[in-house]
Design a protein around this ligand. Sequence first.
Ligand SMILES: [Zn+2]
Ligand SMILES: [Zn+2]
Length: 67
Amino acid sequence: MTSSPAFVCSMCRKPIAVGGKAIRCSVSTCNSGRVKLVFCSAGCWDSHLPTARHRSAYFVEEIARRE
Ligand SMILES: [Zn+2]
Ligand SMILES: [Zn+2]
């Protein structure tokens, strides 16, 4: 059993544990390529919107798994 997190929040750098809640952006450019954005909370997802300049976006909650 290891306590290393599955992800680190792309916004606040808080670790997201395996089995914990992870939030992803619905926009495909945030989920593909080198930068896969994942957030610890809706608030962190919200704060990436001004920099991402999406025309329409929503977030998807999922259970964090090690990739
Ligand atoms: Zn965060
Ligand atoms: Zn995004």
